[in-house]
Design a protein around this ligand. Structure first.
Ligand SMILES: [Zn+2]
Length: 59
């Protein structure tokens, strides 16, 4: 499903930088995508602010 205009985003824990989640979304809706979200980090064992970083699919 995720191909063509899809943009991949990686969510990283703001504290330990661990990747919490990878998502794909439509580029055209980029402005409406949140850039920070609170997520549970297994490494920190607490809810932290996760920051989104866009990632290009290299393959
Ligand atoms: Zn963490």
């Amino acid at each position: 499903m995720a191909h063509g205009k899809s943009q991949f985003a990686v969510w990283r824990c703001g504290k330990c930088n661990t990747v919490l989640k990878t998502t794909a979304y439509n580029k055209t809706n980029n402005d409406s995508i949140t850039k920070e979200v609170k997520k549970y980090c297994k490494k920190c064992r607490s809810h932290n602010i996760a920051k989104r970083k866009d990632a290009k699919k290299s393959s």
